[in-house]
Design a protein around this ligand. Structure first.
Ligand SMILES: Cc1cc2nc3c(=O)[nH]c(=O)nc-3n(C[C@H](O)[C@H](O)[C@H](O)COP(=O)(O)OP(=O)(O)OC[C@H]3O[C@@H](n4cnc5c(N)ncnc54)[C@H](O)[C@@H]3O)c2cc1C
Length: 292
């Protein structure tokens, strides 16, 4: 189908883009990689009057280290993340997650900012962003605000971003020693979106006890979330297979899983436990210096 008519802008700077979104409010939509917005426009599920293509704002595409954190620009593509040497060394969870997204075409066009702003319930990055305790930076014509990942995902396709704000970067704290992280996912065979995906980050303390753990779950509920009941069960304990399996069963505690033509709610709940256990096992092995 052909989208409804719209006026197209291609600003070359962030300031110019911010002026456009401030002027046109919720009649404007930002266009990044277009891999979520354009299908919606073609199906006429979205019909913005103004489309602001931010793809030419080169300053938003860097991946760098700054102030002890890794900073990923909103326009970094999934391929940029997958191929980043800096991330491979400092935060391998993100390249591992990016490599799980869609196919080559999707990874070459889709962006970190677009994925996090769209907040598809089955998108992959949200699980990793939650497990990493990342911060999302939103910029508007009146300034910049920093949103912790744990507060960012609110509901189906809904985040803390406000009209007039552009997600400009994601900040990732550096992980300490004896830490490991992993993403494991059951994918929908056609689109590769997650039917259930789990990202786990673990730090081991003396005696190989779990000093800290963060688990992000995607694909299961209307929005990605931290599995806090499972995390609490693990803290301070030695990672034995039985404990990991019991904790993984808790990742859907208090959650109402989605059911649709791709997977029933019961299937998603069961898959979430399996993939959370696998993510935890791999994260713990890596934290202990083993390959996984
Ligand atoms: C066939 C196919 C398979 C896919 N498989 C997967 C998969 O397995 N896993 C997965 O995670 N994703 C998958 N995706 C989605 C893909 O990752 C998209 O690239 C991503 O969801 C959106 O990124 P984008 O840059 O294309 O955003 P766009 O489509 O350009 O924008 C998406 C939305 O975000 C808004 N937006 C974009 N950038 C910003 C910004 N910087 N600030 C504020 N708002 C912004 C737009 O206005 C729009 O509402 C798939 C997509 C397709 C088409």
């Amino acid at each position: 189908m052909i989208p409804a008519a719209f006026e197209y802008f291609a600003p070359k700077s962030l300031d110019e883009a911010l002026r456009l979104v401030a002027r046109h409010g919720d009649e404007a939509k930002l266009l990044a990689g277009g891999h979520s917005l354009l299908p919606l426009m073609k199906l006429r599920l979205s019909a913005p009057r103004y489309v602001v293509d931010i793809g030419r704002i080169r300053s938003l595409r860097s991946i760098r280290e700054e102030g002890g954190r890794i900073v990923i620009g909103a326009l970094a593509t999934h391929h940029d993340v997958e191929a980043s040497e800096l991330l491979r060394i400092t935060c391998p969870l993100l390249p591992e997650t990016a490599a799980e997204i869609g196919d080559v075409q999707v990874r070459n066009r889709g962006t970190v900012g677009g994925s996090l702003a769209h907040a598809d319930p089955a998108a992959d990055y949200p699980a990793a962003i939650l497990a990493l305790d990342a911060e999302i930076v939103a910029t508007s014509s009146s300034g910049t605000r920093v949103i912790p990942a744990a507060e960012y995902f609110v509901d189906l396709l809904t985040t803390q971003l406000r009209p007039g704000e552009i997600l400009t970067e994601v900040r990732i704290p550096r992980t300490g020693e004896n830490s490991g992280a992993a993403y494991r996912k059951l994918h929908q065979p056609a689109s590769h979106f997650a039917l259930a995906g789990a990202a786990a980050r673990v730090t081991l303390g003396p005696g190989e006890k779990i000093e800290s753990v963060a688990i992000g779950i995607t694909g299961v509920a209307v929005n990605a979330y931290r599995a806090t009941a499972a995390e609490q069960m693990l803290i301070g304990k030695k990672a034995a297979p039985k404990l990991l399996a019991e904790a993984a069963e808790k990742v859907t505690d208090g959650i109402d899983p989605l059911g649709d033509i791709h997977a029933s709610a019961a299937y998603r709940r069961a898959a979430a436990a399996v993939y959370a256990r696998r993510a935890l096992e791999a994260a713990i092995a890596r934290a202990g210096g083993k390959k996984a």
